[in-house]
Design a protein around this ligand. Structure first.
Ligand code: GRG
Length: 300
């Protein structure tokens, strides 16, 4: 049973890390349960890409949002697993030579470096249906299940995640303005975080206004997370990030747009806004707030 404790203290990152660790351990069991056993090379490569690492922040946010409505954890964990499958697919495909061409991911060789390009493409191709298979096997009312499937397919499609990736690869023209950057980051990063928190509300049969608050929280969390990712790329070494730094120095990013001082200020302002969004939930939202504070701890 996932136990999220409400003990918000702005400086206690260690407290949050403990919670994240225990949620990750529980999720790992569900991921292993849902994934096919490593009985083929493809299944082994899928396990390599999904299991054993990753911060599991999207899963944590989903579980914390669902916890606001006392959703049974065995159901919420399966939705969290589906989100992690989509996230893992996007990382595997993003790392491919035709995309971001990254050799390392999660402190180990990226999937195509370990298993070859063709297998990595097929790992991603397998993880998308596995996510939907997981959602379609949930023991929840049909309207809730339909809503989850509809929303996830919407946010990861050609008007969501994939559109963001097209923009990031400059396939839709150059990214020049701050508005371009915000759109790109909303699609590439924000919408999956938005789905994660909205999914908790959907599962919990939340009111339309509660659902909107949680979706907006996830979207803004995603923007802040991307700001931190840009910070880490420009200001930290790869021991912190688990992947090579300074990959984005020639791109328009929040760091190249605002500079280190401007970006630090923007992260602080965005964190304040992110925390304020949750005010309708009061103290109950402490785990979500802790997650937001945890996500910006590297920006100093
Ligand atoms: C449709 C192929 C395709 C890609 C979609 C998500 C994405 C676009 C690309 C992934 C690359 C990337 C740097 C995205 C920005 C969001 C981000 C920082 C992802 C990494 O997420 P973490 O840090 O990863 O949560 P872990 O490893 O902790 O799960």
């Amino acid at each position: 049973m996932v136990q999220l404790k409400r003990n918000l203290h702005p400086l206690r990152n260690d407290f949050f890390e403990q919670q994240l660790k225990s949620v990750s351990a529980e999720l790992e069991g569900v991921l292993i349960d849902v994934l096919p056993p490593p009985n083929t090379r493809l299944h082994e490569a899928i396990g390599y890409s999904v299991l054993g690492s990753g911060k599991r922040l999207r899963a944590f946010l989903m579980l914390a949002a669902a916890d606001l409505f006392s959703v049974p954890s065995e159901i919420a964990l399966r939705v969290a697993a589906a989100i992690e499958f989509i996230h893992a697919y996007s990382l595997v495909h993003d790392d491919l030579p035709a995309m971001d061409n990254a050799a390392m991911r999660r402190n180990k060789p990226s999937c195509h470096k370990a298993y070859g390009e063709a297998t990595a493409i097929l790992v991603g191709d397998s993880l998308i249906p596995l996510a939907f298979q997981t959602l379609s096997s949930l023991n929840v009312p049909k309207d809730i299940q339909g809503e989850l499937i509809h929303e996830l397919s919407r946010v990861i499609g050609s008007e969501g995640l994939v559109a963001g990736q097209m923009m990031d690869l400059n396939q839709e023209g150059p990214i020049v303005t701050e508005e371009d950057l915000l759109t790109l980051q909303r699609l590439k990063t924000g919408v999956l975080f938005g789905f994660a928190t909205e999914a908790g509300a959907i599962l919990g049969n939340a009111s339309p206004s509660e659902r909107k608050v949680l979706k907006n929280f996830g979207l803004l969390f995603g923007r802040m997370f991307q700001m931190v990712d840009d910070w880490l790329d420009g200001c930290e070494d790869e021991n912190v990030t688990g992947k090579p730094s300074h990959q984005d120095k020639d791109k328009l990013t929040f760091l190249t747009l605002l500079g280190p001082k401007g970006l630090r200020k923007k992260v602080e302002e965005t964190l304040k806004e992110v925390l304020e969004i949750l005010s309708p939930f009061g103290e109950k939202a402490a785990p979500l707030k802790e997650a937001a504070q945890y996500a910006c701890q590297w920006v100093k």
